[in-house]
Design a protein around this ligand. Structure first.
Ligand SMILES: Cc1ncc(C[n+]2csc(CCOP(=O)(O)OP(=O)(O)O)c2C)c(N)n1
Ligand SMILES: [Mg+2]
Length: 1032
């Protein structure tokens, strides 16, 4: 033993050097590389080495240097090796199998009889042992190098001209040529030496030792062929081991003849579908899949495999490329329904403006032919805006999981398909990844498939991204990334099957990167040779994958040429017959393309069951009960903050006096809906407490870490669940998510609150492309509610305006048409609009509009500009009387004060909306003008309450009409209300503007300037001569 020490301390330095080199290499994951690895001819193993001894020596030098994993696998084999006497003593002393080398050697050392003082000399020389240990460590490093960096030299590009990682650098620790062995201090003569394999590799299969030559050959075939694996950045050892086992185990990628024939048949469908469209409509845009036909069998494999593991519902999101093919061959939309869309004379049967064929969604329940189980597939409709659908799909998936009680995602999952340029370039991809592991947003893993055709429109990836791969964004959530050459269908299928298994084993995201090419231009009309001449010369030479694979199967005897040709003819016939039928279709029913049907909510024709809305008030005892719970702590021994106790006490007092402030009104609205079985979900930044510290829907025990209580979930024994969740700091991702959540069912109130209304503009795409236009494009209703804190309160250019003008500009009610006031005008007007925009001035108003959202017989997005200072304004309170049964939302709150007693005396009628009302009331009172100036509030701005505004104007016939707003003239509501007033008034009376002057920024950054401008417009509002002699 004593003689071993000096040797090992010497050896230790070398071992440490090797290990250190390995660590440095691991950290340099992003080095870009490629190249063709040299071939290592396989030969039977040569000499044998004592791995056990080497491990022991290394352990003596540094216990950390031997791996911690189980030593069981190599134990039996090691026992056959000759060991030094010192080691033999240890081995004999050890009666049990080792759990890890470290614990094993520790135990063995304790149990071993001490060596005699004189000791017996080691049979092997220090130099031999040193080399032995060094070589084993080197081989371990080498294995690890392949696991980490093998993908850099994998042959991923079917064109053979590009580097998938954008770099031709070849990592110097991969043995692509013989001279690389020197990096590890190994020589060619070591190639036939046998090495014990560490537990961190599975290349040995049932063998625990392999020759170095075979080790390199197997590593190369796992990591450097048509599959490139990126996973070693994952922190979880079990997950790394799982992946290593799936890919390294010899013989894992073997397919039965049946599987090969299925794969071929799927490729036939994929390819012949595109061919068929190209033949029939050669000059039509369809964003064909040519060059990545393998995506169809890829998706089908993920679906089959997931179905096999119990998944019953899959929600898909994808962009333009290959979408028609997916509809036809994955979702199984009737072919004639797809083909008839190419007919320009096709008329739409549904209202709305419709959308292009490669944006429409679809929902289909069917039997999965491989597993014989039921499966529901839906493809979510999406706009052109790339990747915008990602969070929407996640939200819908989450909701479907929620309604099924599938908290673990065992029944419902999502698949997202991406383009390479969009995946790398669009920030919402990152925002969506960051939702993937948050408790209230996780969908328990998504399988991402990237159609990496190595181009985005006309832009080369070198100009489109700074990361080696387009998929690097997925690394932020430790998702494994499987790159695969799309011209190797079997490799693709294997990778997809592992990806599905990964998702269903670990409930985490995974990425399949299909490295492919784009046979044509960006669309079928585009000339790619303008910009990518050399790439396209190669593409023109490229043999289609179907031919390559068919040739392979024919040559190996799996199918005959005749069978292959029959398969093609069969599918071509299916297409031709469907084409024949499609010509009879004259009408397009967009309703047949719904991605989220709501069974039972509409009539069978998809119409609302009525055009009425019941009163939105609730019985007094319900309000009282909610008031009690909202001001209490339903859990025993739960210590809340003293400040919060005060808040709850004041809530209790309010409830006793039968009044509510904003927060309590919201409680009443949510609580009463929950009682009626309506699920409520409120999401956004800091919504649990409320940005303005007014809500407090989640109570935190001040003494027990992470002990919380949501009183809203303690209201009634059989109430629906309430979810309130602070979101990640994302607007685009989270609003998209909630929109998707709201898509799944009409029987839920889903609200997204912006921290301040200003910030909604980073989610503008969701607002423009989905919320404002969704129904018109996709006949899909959505009742999402946006709460947008808004108000000019001297807080500066931001934190002030939710930009009401933008929402109003996108409202589709006609400013110039005086509507017919039918009995159901109030509700039918809501039905006809694209969204509802309100600015409530009282808590009761807010309460009613939230409840109306659910009591309406259809769903419309609701935009609410919510208050900040009004949350605590002593006047901004409502009484139970305004909320009890029989009461309803008032679209307009008319003047009901002194002015009403003598309407003929009223000289000015000021219309306004929201918070400015309180400033106007105060000013009117301070000037004593109650009899001369009437104030009328618009609670609902859009659709415009033509009927009620007309009534108000008539009530005060001799009054001057004024629109007063606190926003600047080119903002706020003026541009929206002005032409509508003109329509009502027939241009006989003007509507004068009072408010802040036009400006570029929504608010001043100077508090004094803010107050001055407030003073100025209040003065004008009550200056009864302000408009004297002015023309309109
Ligand atoms: C947000 C957004 N910006 C720009 C476009 C215009 N556009 C449509 S497809 C495309 C290229 C997409 O490239 P990639 O993601 O690689 O998909 P591919 O077309 O190559 O399949 C671009 C820039 C768009 N649709 N959406
Ligand atoms: Mg692309």
């Amino acid at each position: 033993m004593s003689q071993l020490r000096p040797l090992l301390s010497r050896l230790g330095a070398q071992a440490v050097r090797l290990l250190a080199t390995r660590d440095i290499l691991e950290r340099s994951w992003h080095s870009r590389s490629s190249g063709s690895p040299a071939a290592f001819p396989s030969s039977p193993g040569g000499g044998s080495s004592s791995y056990m001894e080497a491990m022991y020596l290394a352990w003596l030098a540094n216990p950390q240097s031997v791996h911690k994993g189980s030593a069981d696998a190599s134990w039996a084999a090691s026992m056959g090796h000759p060991a030094s006497p010192a080691l033999s003593r240890l081995l004999l002393a050890s009666t049990r199998r080792p759990q890890s080398w470290d614990s094993f050697f520790q135990k063995a050392s304790q149990e071993a009889p001490r060596a005699t003082p004189e000791g017996r000399p080691m049979p092997s020389s220090p130099t031999t042992n040193s080399k032995l240990v060094e070589d084993h460590l080197a081989v371990q490093s080498l294995i690890r190098a392949y696991q980490i960096r093998g993908h850099h030299v994998a042959q991923l590009d079917p064109l053979g001209i590009l580097d998938a990682d954008l770099d031709s650098f070849v990592p110097f620790d991969l043995i692509t040529t013989m001279d690389k062995l020197a990096f590890y201090d190994l020589r060619e003569t070591d190639l036939d030496k046998e090495f014990q394999l560490p537990t961190t590799t599975f290349i040995g299969g049932s063998e625990s030792t392999l020759s170095l030559r075979e080790i390199i050959r197997r590593l190369e075939s796992t990591y450097c062929q048509h599959i490139g694996l990126e996973f070693m950045f994952i922190n979880d050892v079990e997950q790394c081991q799982w992946i290593r086992q799936k890919f390294e185990t010899p013989g894992v990628m073997q397919f039965s003849n049946e599987e090969k024939r299925t794969l071929l048949a799927r490729l036939v469908r994929s390819m012949r579908f595109e061919d068929f469209l190209a033949r029939k409509w050669s000059s039509e845009k369809r964003f064909g899949l040519e060059g990545c036909e393998v995506m169809i069998p890829a998706l089908k494999t993920i679906i089959d495999k997931s179905s096999e593991m119990g998944i019953e519902n899959i929600i898909l999101g994808m962009p333009h490329r290959g979408r028609l093919n997916v509809l036809a061959n994955v979702i199984r939309k009737d072919l004639e329904q797809i083909f008839c869309q190419f007919d320009p004379k096709l008329e739409a049967a549904d209202e709305g403006s419709g959308d292009v064929k490669y944006h429409l969604g679809m929902y289909h329940e069917r039997i999965n032919r491989v597993t014989n189980r039921n499966i529901t597939l839906s493809l979510v409709a999406n706009p052109s805006h790339l990747e915008a659908v990602d969070p929407v799909v996640q939200g819908k998936t989450k909701a479907e999981q929620f309604y099924r009680g599938d908290a673990q995602g065992r029944k419902v999952m999502s698949i997202l398909v991406h383009g390479d340029a969009a995946f790398a370039g669009q920030g919402v991809v990152y925002e969506t990844f960051h939702l993937s592991d948050l408790p209230s947003y996780t969908t328990n893993g998504t399988v991402h498939v990237v159609v990496n055709n190595q181009i985005g429109f006309t832009t080369d990836p070198r100009m489109a991204r700074s990361s080696p791969y387009p998929t690097d964004v997925a690394r932020v959530v430790n998702a494994p990334i499987f790159h695969v050459n799309a011209d190797d269908p079997e490799a693709v299928i294997y990778v997809c099957s592992v990806a599905a298994e990964w998702r269903n084993t670990f409930n985490k995201d995974v990425v399949v990167d299909l490295v492919c090419y784009r046979r044509r231009g960006h669309n079928e009309m585009d000339e790619p040779m303008f910009t990518q001449p050399l790439m396209y010369k190669q593409i023109h030479r490229q043999v289609p994958v179907l031919k390559k694979y068919a040739d392979k199967l024919i040559s190996e005897g799996t199918v005959t040429l005749q069978e292959f040709e029959e398969e093609i003819a069969k599918y071509d016939r299916i297409c031709e017959e469907a084409y024949g039928r499609s010509k009879d279709k004259k009408i397009l029913h967009i309703k047949h393309w719904l991605d989220s049907p709501w069974p039972g909510f509409f009539t069978v024709d998809g119409e609302p069951k009525s055009m009425t809305c019941p009163p939105t008030g609730v019985p007094e005892d319900v309000l009282t009960h909610i008031g009690t719970v909202a001001s209490s702590v339903p859990l025993e021994d739960f210590k809340i903050h003293t400040g919060l106790s005060r808040i709850l006490r004041s809530r209790a007092e309010m409830a006793q006096k039968q009044t509510v402030d904003w927060a309590l009104a919201e409680y009443m609205a949510f609580g009463s809906l929950l009682k009626e079985g309506i699920h409520v979900r409120l999401s956004g930044q800091d919504v649990e407490r409320g940005t303005f510290s007014h809500r407090h829907h989640v109570l935190h025990d001040q003494e027990v870490d992470r002990r919380t209580c949501v009183p809203m979930n303690h209201l009634w024994p059989k109430q629906a669940p309430y979810t309130v969740c602070n979101s990640s700091l994302s607007e685009y991702g989270v609003l998209g998510f909630e929109l998707g959540y709201a898509m799944a069912s009409p029987n839920a109130l889903v609200l997204w609150e912006a921290q301040f209304g200003d910030f909604h503009n980073t989610a503008q795409c969701i607002i423009d492309q989905f919320i404002s236009t969704g129904q018109a494009k996709w006949v899909r209703h959505n009742g999402i509610v946006l709460l947008l804190p808004h108000g000019m309160e001297g807080m500066g250019p931001e934190h002030s305006s939710a930009r009401p003008e933008r929402f109003l500009q996108m409202s589709n009610d006609d400013s110039d048409t005086y509507p017919v006031f039918t009995e159901d005008f109030e509700v039918s007007q809501l039905y006809d609009c694209n969204w509802i925009v309100v600015n409530c001035s009282t808590p009761a108003s807010y309460f009613h509009v939230l409840r109306r959202q659910i009591l309406l017989p259809f769903r419309k997005p609701l935009i609410i500009f919510t208050p900040k200072s009004l949350l605590r304004h002593p006047e901004a309170k409502s009484s139970f009387d305004q909320m009890v049964s029989g009461t309803s939302f008032q679209r307009v709150i008319p003047e009901d004060g002194v002015a009403v007693q003598a309407p003929g005396q009223v000289r000015r009628l000021i219309f306004c909306t929201g918070k400015v009302y309180y400033d106007l009331v105060k000013e009117r009172s301070s000037q004593g003008l109650e009899g001369q100036v009437a104030l009328t509030r618009l609670e609902q701005i859009s659709p415009f309450p033509f009927d009620l505004i007309a009534q108000e104007a008539e009530r005060f016939p001799s009054a001057e009409l004024v629109w007063c707003q606190e926003e600047h003239k080119n903002m706020g509501y003026y541009d929206y209300i002005s032409p509508r007033f003109m329509t009502i008034l027939g241009r006989t009376r003007p509507i004068w503007y009072v408010g802040r002057e036009p400006a570029a920024a929504p608010a001043t950054g100077n508090r004094n300037a803010h107050l001055v401008s407030l003073r100025k417009f209040l003065d004008t509002a009550f200056d009864l001569r302000a408009f004297e002699g002015k023309m309109f």
